[in-house]
Write a protein that binds this ligand. Structure first.
Ligand code: SF4
Length: 360
């Protein structure tokens, strides 16, 4: 699939919030693909082939079919219970002369009655993606409204439903044609700003997928400030505020390492660093030969270890575990923001000390 070098659906949120990122990202080498990205592409491909030809038989693993594809199709029935939706899959949509070079590809767009539908599949199970005010979906809706081949979706429509299907969940948000047009104006302003030499940079949660993170002056400035803080000079009240930056910094470190590795793999030396083999772990050359040899010295029960599968693995196999078989034991405490739904732990030792110090 081709991607716009300026802004596409998946980068709309970043470009609107940080127009300066367009020039920085253009300087970065292409990002290496990950197994998650490859799995996502495969599943998108499978589901669009199926919806394009209902006789199509999936070719991916049974696990992916059961865990991702059938649940996604079941959730699609919630949108179209009577099977009356006219739809098209994998349609390239763009802004024509309004924003040359700005385009994207919708996973599915459809029409039921007076409602235009723009839908995106998300097959990753990490971060849940909301549909409300979702920049990616609004980008596709606005682009579809300007694309001659997609106009049938919006002709005479009075509302627009944006849908994210991320098995096992579905998120739906209905909005107006006016809201999509407003969004388009915001996008046009951001793209025009991005073309200026002093386009503004602004960090936020849109930095998460930005490939320019390792070299971005906003991020490196934040890192420099964080590194310069000395323990004894820390204002305790500020620690909470600093912790909110920790996620950003962790992402920055991860991306910096990935960029350095990619450069070295491509033969570009990074001063002060080199590639070395990862720690080697030993494995049997041939398990059968090893078993025969070991049984000369050990009992069968010592050689062959059978282990009970974990509750998570069992649940994957039988869906619902019988009651009373499991107990959840935390491996320790960790810090979390106030908004985290888990109750705070009671640190008895410290509270006891504090109480004793008052009566002694
Ligand atoms: S890392 Fe964040 S602030 Fe820096 S260019 Fe990317 S989106 Fe903008």
């Amino acid at each position: 699939m081709q991607h716009s070098k300026i802004v596409g659906g998946s980068t709309a949120k970043r470009v609107i919030n940080c127009p300066g990122s367009v020039a920085l990202v253009a300087e970065m080498p292409p990002q290496p693909s990950s197994s998650y990205a490859e799995e996502g592409t495969l599943l998108h491909d499978e589901i669009s082939r199926f919806l394009g030809d209902l006789e199509y038989r999936f070719t991916c693993s049974q696990e992916l079919i059961q865990d991702k594809l059938w649940p996604a199709l079941d959730l699609l029935d919630e949108i179209d219970p009577d099977k009356t939706m006219e739809y098209a899959v994998e349609t390239r949509v763009g802004f024509g002369d309004l924003l040359p070079g700005v385009f994207g590809s919708t996973d599915l767009m459809g029409r039921i009655g007076n409602k235009a539908i723009i839908l995106d599949w998300k097959f990753g199970s990490g971060v849940p993606v909301p549909a409300e005010e979702n920049e990616q979906l609004m980008f596709y809706a606005a682009a579809a409204m300007r694309t001659p081949e997609a106009k049938w979706v919006f002709d005479g429509a009075t509302e627009v439903e944006l849908v994210i299907i991320q098995p096992p969940t579905i998120k739906r948000w209905t909005t107006t044609i006016e809201r999509i047009k407003q969004f388009e104006q915001t996008l046009v302003r951001a793209v025009k700003l991005a073309q200026q030499p002093d386009a503004p940079l602004k960090n936020g949660d849109h930095c998460r997928w930005c490939s320019a993170k390792p070299v971005c002056p906003v991020m490196t400035g934040a890192v420099d400030r964080a590194v310069a803080i000395k323990m004894d000079k820390i204002d305790v009240d500020k620690i909470g505020a600093y912790l909110h930056n920790a996620d950003l910094l962790e992402d920055w470190i991860k991306d910096l390492r990935a960029l350095a590795e990619e450069m070295m793999k491509k033969g570009k030396p990074v001063k002060g660093w080199k590639m070395v083999p990862k720690r080697a772990t030993r494995s049997w050359v041939k398990e059968e030969d090893a078993k025969v040899a070991l049984l000369q010295h050990l009992k069968e029960s010592e050689v062959m270890v059978t282990k009970l599968i974990s509750p998570a693995a069992a649940e994957k196999l039988i869906k619902k575990l019988p009651d009373g078989l499991t107990v959840a034991i935390s491996s320790g405490n960790t810090i979390a923001p106030e908004s985290d739904p888990r109750p705070a732990v009671v640190l008895i030792g410290q509270q006891l000390n504090a109480a004793l110090s008052k009566i002694m």
